[in-house]
Design a binder for this molecule. Structure first.
Ligand code: UD1
Ligand code: CA
Length: 455
């Protein structure tokens, strides 16, 4: 097999996005556009990948790290000029080079592979990946001669009215014979409507030199969509979302309404899990088998084991073990770890705490900086008072303890196993096994006093 190189064009500022963020760093289903492109090129087994970066280069390099080499394009003088910046790294290499824009996040590795095959079979100098756009506005058009042979690519701004009517567009992906690419690049000019060095002009130049130029027409326009503004970004998200949801449904996940189910590209979900509408699952979240994720839940970078039920709750960097349940309207914050068969009810918040197997936290409770054992009952409205204004302190609660409703556990404090905290207590001293701790003012009943009150 001949050597396969790839160039990702990612130096453009993306003026049309009207953003402080570098264009290719805008996200599609939780992953930057340029990472989508890179991931698919890696899958297509291309080992020599160069990303062209410009303005804001560091931010792109932080994102992609060592997965690619970089070439700097200091001034954005056009896509052809961008490719020229790889000259030192690439110009003397044999083999083929695929070029992809960093703002076309929907391409798949299979399409790249098909393009390579098509190109190789025809011994072409260049193969353009094209598609038929329902609305081709903004794209470069493929100009073919009377017998359908590709002649050149014309950009929207340089096209005649007749050319603008062409629906076959340049997807911005090409496969080139590497050495012929660089030879042709040295001949392009910026004599066009935008005063830029267009990569697309290389096609016309190779044609004039009687090189073989072909086009591989893909049948799925959606996959070739370029993102130049926020409207296209929303469309790309929709296409990707549909692709992700279809994948998981085929893998055995039920979705009540896939149109309103938002799952990021790197999420994993097990079989027989059911997801209701209006659910957002982000980042590197993993969800096991037989879970139920109710409407309105938002789960970010969390690990959910098997048989877990989440109803209208928010989880971030949290873990829920087998058979546990939460909600409605509860919140797990970073480092909350919920043990097997734990029940967390409504309006509870848990942060940096471990809750052991079989423990119940039914209602309106805050647990922060704590370790709870097994089979504990935490009543309604309990507050783990973890912060003294300067430092956070830890609370331990042993197995089978009982924390009565409306109690405050003022950390640092240890509630021993099998001990009992009476409702309404503010606990500042640790308890021993089988203690009952009660820390509240005694009740006084004043006979007939209610009659004197103004109601
Ligand atoms: C480009 C193509 C057009 C094609 C479309 C497909 C050219 C001249 N036009 O148009 O034929 O239909 O993509 O989506 O190539 N970039 C640089 N340096 C630059 C300019 C751009 O690295 O100096 C990068 C951008 O970051 C972007 C990519 O190249 O990722 C394409 O540039 P963009 O300005 O978006 O080109 P389009 O107008 O979309
Ligand atoms: Ca573009």
């Amino acid at each position: 097999m001949t050597k396969r190189n790839a160039i990702i064009l990612a130096a453009g500022k993306g003026t049309r996005m009207r953003s402080k963020l570098y264009k290719v760093l805008h996200q599609v289903c939780g992953k930057t556009m340029v990472e989508h492109v890179l991931t698919q090129l890696e899958k297509a087994k291309i080992d020599n990948i160069i990303t062209i970066v410009g303005f804001g280069a560091e931010t792109v390099e932080q994102r992609l790290g060592h997965r690619t080499k970089y070439a700097l394009q200091e001034q954005q003088l056009g896509t052809g000029h961008a490719v020229m910046q790889t000259k030192n790294l690439l110009a003397n290499e044999d083999g083929e080079t695929i070029i992809v824009s960093g703002d076309t996040p929907l391409f798949t590795a299979e399409t790249f592979e098909k393009l390579f095959e098509y190109h190789e079979q025809r011994h072409a100098a260049a193969t353009i990946l094209t598609s038929i756009a329902p609305d081709p506005t903004g794209y470069g058009r493929i100009v073919r001669n009377d017998v359908g042979i590709v002649e050149r690519i014309v950009e929207q701004k340089d096209a005649t009215i007749q050319e603008q009517a062409i629906k076959e567009i340049n997807t911005g992906v090409y496969c080139f014979d590497n050495k012929k690419l660089f030879a042709a690049l040295s001949k392009i000019t910026n004599d066009n409507a935008q005063g830029e060095y267009y990569l697309t002009d290389v096609i016309g130049i190779l044609k004039q030199e009687n090189e073989i130029v072909t086009a591989y027409k893909m049948d799925n326009f959606d996959e070739s969509m370029g993102v130049n503004d926020r409207v296209a970004l929303a469309r790309a998200n929709k296409v990707m979302r549909n692709r992700i949801n279809t994948h998981w449904m085929r893998e055995g996940v039920s979705m009540i309404d896939p149109n309103t189910t938002y799952i990021d590209a790197d999420v994993k979900i097990g079989r027989d899990t059911v997801i209701e509408g209006g659910v957002v699952i982000k980042g590197h979240t993993e969800i096991g088998n037989d879970c139920y994720i109710g409407a309105g839940s938002r789960i970010i970078d969390s690990k959910i084991h098997d048989g877990v039920k989440i109803i209208s709750s928010t989880l971030q960097e949290a873990e829920m073990h087998n058979g546990s349940d939460i909600g409605p309207n509860s919140h797990l914050r970073p480092e909350a770890e919920i043990g097997e068969n734990v029940h967390i009810g409504n309006f509870c918040e848990v942060k940096k705490a471990y809750i052991g197997e079989g423990t119940k936290v039914g209602h309106l409770t805050y647990i922060g900086n704590a370790t709870l054992g097994k089979n504990i009952n935490v009543g309604c409205g309990v507050v783990f008072v973890n912060y003294d204004g300067t430092n956070k302190h830890h609370t331990n609660v042993g197995d089978h303890a009982f924390i009565g409703s409306n109690s405050n556990l003022v950390a640092p404090v240890n509630i021993a196993k099998d001990s009992f905290v009476a409702a309404g207590s503010t606990i500042t001293d640790s308890t021993e096994q089988y203690d009952m701790a009660i820390a509240r003012a005694r009740q006084v009943n004043k006979e007939n006093y209610a009659k004197k009150l103004p109601w």
